[in-house]
Design a protein around this ligand. Structure first.
Ligand code: NAD
Ligand code: UFG
Length: 339
């Protein structure tokens, strides 16, 4: 298939571009590089040995988006482009609603105009909000607790309405759990700007000496070691989930949500220990107050993706940490390190 990948220069996007091309698909990337570096796409070409069209376009620029669809003939779109920092979304809600929701509307209008009706959307486990019934299943009500999460809930609803309006549309809403790790080559990986918000990029920056110590946000939760539990998933397993979703939506219509997680929860301390084992580096940490809004426990029931997409996460927490360490130790300053 010929696939347009929005946000294809980002963390999950780059890994998915590799997986798509290795599965025989052709890709074009649309990205405004607001949270990514063109170098990442050069490295995708280096890994796959394939060149592909890159459109430096902002999804809010309807004319430019229209131009991308006029130039190419796409069988499907995978839509990663969006802003994703929970804390920042609380400070800048309008920016988040504008970028994520309006950006998606602009994209969908161009798709509809050009008869492109297959879409895979990056949703998030954050749509389950404060649900306490574990593991999380797709049929739970969705209600997020911060502006970022609400953009995902709104977009899921918009796409559901779109699919209901026309039998042509076929849409997969992929609810990611916590992506970790990097491509085996160590050439592409997560490259957050500034101080990372998320656990594993923070740990890896402590390991390379860019940051002094990891704050562990609370060890008084009702969990075996007192720290929060999450469902960490290797980014290449996640990338493969997109290839499987693409195959699925080629032969179906309507809208479907799928959890992409391993179904296994690990604590913050488990992750620290796995990373220490993978890297041989002792991680300095300090227990601090709880971070507001953190759920004590979150992990997926990924049965639906197994049954309907034929997908299952394969890689272990140790592999996630080994691959993250290879990327981070070879690229201490991300894509600005060496070439
Ligand atoms: P990322 O920031 O690395 O990638 C997003 C890409 O989208 C970036 O390259 C950015 O430049 C681009 N972009 C943003 N706004 C744009 C716009 N208006 N026009 C064009 N390009 C734009 O993020 P990621 O971690 O790869 O996440 C990809 C998607 O998955 C996002 O939608 C995110 O919300 C979702 N998601 C991520 C996680 C996670 O933990 N990483 C978890 C759940 C869901
Ligand atoms: N944590 C720390 N110290 C840190 C960072 C995180 O102890 O410096 C802890 C958190 O308290 C939490 C766990 O590590 O218990 C994971 O935190 P992350 O910030 O890495 O991930 P979250 O589960 O909070 O959220 C992430 C994304 C969301 C997304 C969600 C589910 O940030 O956008 O995964 O996909 F919705």
């Amino acid at each position: 298939m010929n696939v347009l990948v929005t946000g294809g220069a980002g963390y999950i996007g780059t890994h998915t571009c590799v997986e798509l091309m290795e599965a025989g698909h052709e890709i074009s990337v649309l990205d405004n590089f607001s949270n990514s570096n063109p170098e990442a796409l050069k490295r995708v070409s280096e890994i796959t040995g394939k060149e592909f069209p890159i459109h430096q376009v902002d999804l809010l620029d309807a004319k430019a988006v229209e131009g991308v669809f006029s130039q190419g003939s796409y069988d499907a779109v995978i839509h990663f482009a969006g802003l994703k920092a929970v804390g920042e979304s609380v400070q800048k809600p309008l920016e988040y609603y504008m970028n994520n929701v309006t950006g998606t509307l602009v994209l969908c209008q161009a798709m509809q105009k050009h008869g492109v009706t297959r879409l895979v959307f990056s949703s998030s486990a954050t749509v389950y909000g404060t649900a306490e019934k574990m593991p999380l299943t797709e049929d739970l009500p969705i209600a997020a607790i911060n502006p970022y999460g609400r953009t995902k809930v709104m977009i899921e609803q918009i796409l559901t309405d779109l699919a209901a309006s026309s039998q042509q549309f076929s849409i997969a809403l992929l609810r990611y759990f916590n992506p970790v790790g990097a491509h085996k080559s160590g050439r592409i990986g997560e490259d957050p700007s500034g101080i990372p918000n998320n656990l594993t990029p923070y740990i890896s920056k402590v390991a390379v000496g860019v940051l002094p110590e990891l704050p562990v946000f609370g060890n008084d939760y009702d969990t075996p070691d007192g720290t929060c539990i999450r469902d960490y998933i290797h980014v290449m397993d996640l990338a493969n989930g997109h290839v499987k979703a693409l195959e699925k939506i080629s032969s179906t219509t309507g809208v479907n949500a799928y959890n992409l997680g391993t179904g296994v929860g690990y604590s913050v301390m488990d992750v620290i220990h796995a990373f220490e084992q993978a890297s041989g580096v002792k991680i300095r940490y300090r227990v601090t107050d709880r971070r507001p809004g953190d759920a004590p426990v979150s992990y997926a029931d990924a049965t639906k993706a197994g049954n309907e997409l034929g997908w299952k996460a394969k890689r272990t927490l140790l592999e996630m940490c080994e691959d993250l360490w290879r990327w981070q130790s070879n690229n201490a300053n991300g894509y600005q390190s060496q070439r």
